[in-house]
Design a protein around this ligand. Sequence first.
Ligand SMILES: Nc1ncnc2c1ncn2[C@@H]1O[C@H](COP(=O)(O)OP(=O)(O)OP(=O)(O)O)[C@@H](O)[C@H]1O
Ligand SMILES: [Mg+2]
Length: 336
Amino acid sequence: MSENTAAGAPASGETSVEVDAATAATSDALLSVEGLERHFDGVRAVDGVSFTVAPHEVVSIIGPNGSGKTTTLNLVSGALRAGAGTISLEGRRIDHADPARIAEEGVARTFQNGRVFATLSVRDNVEVGLHSTLTASRPFRRLSRLFLLRWIPLLGELFIAIIGTPASRREQKQIDARVESEVQRFEARLGPRRDDPAYSLSYANRRRTEIARALALQPKLLLLDEPTAGMNQSETAEVLEQLLQLKADGQAILLVEHKLDLVMTVSDRVIVMDGGRIIAEGAPQTVRHDPAVIEAYLGRRRGLGGATDDVVASAAPADETPAATTGDAATGEDEA
Ligand SMILES: Nc1ncnc2c1ncn2[C@@H]1O[C@H](COP(=O)(O)OP(=O)(O)OP(=O)(O)O)[C@@H](O)[C@H]1O
Ligand SMILES: [Mg+2]
């Protein structure tokens, strides 16, 4: 699918993070999204969306297939540019910044279809997430944004990688410790596989690796796009436990998820999208009984109250990859 360049979007390469004084003064939100729009060839994927995420809050976005959930996350993480609207993190505008800069500002994400580097080990996959934070090993990294001066940081990084400096060695030790602590978060699953290449992992373990990579950044805001897609019931329950632990630790999360049991358990607030717009928003139990939500999300046949198995089944996205068809899960080796 082609991606349009949004009308009015800044030229690519522009990476400013502006301080929005008005937003900073009036809002204590961690993330503030105002009037966000993104259209693709006439499809209003995101059509005037506004919401906030408070510090330490877990907010979920639910909605039918194609309602604009992933596009919203793509806009917040900088993977896509908005056609209109603003996105602010702690009052600082990030909607013109590139994804690396947004990650530096404290927004980390995982992807709906799972993205790991197949030939890298679990540890290296997690370490990749920390690249943007390196300072001693990347002393001229800010110059890499200036097209004509890109060669300076490249040569500098190459030199330091070959020769090493006391500061870069110290930094590498800190990185190793961070990576190790994230692998240990999933110790039972990833621990024995920390040196295995990602291609040999089960689907569920690849998703855990991706979450570990995002968390290694110690983000202010964690964006998760269907972290349990393709997972069976017990794997989903494990992810729920980990999300509840993150929530207890005060991690702010913007979660896109189809499994409503999980959403209702972990969320402080739920946003419901349909056709690129927010059609309902509120506490999980309120949203669950909202007639507009029942209509849009599940159709006329059934309601949200209580029939959770039906809900999960009907809410499952059409393109989910069954865990049992990929990697070590297929052999039964991993998730036993
Ligand atoms: N890169 C793109 N090019 C063209 N159309 C796109 C693109 N990305 C998304 N769309 C369209 O925008 C709409 C919203 O898509 P999006 O992926 O955000 O939905 P979603 O709510 O995440 O759906 P799902 O639950 O299936 O993941 C859909 O109609 C989709 O086809
Ligand atoms: Mg999606």
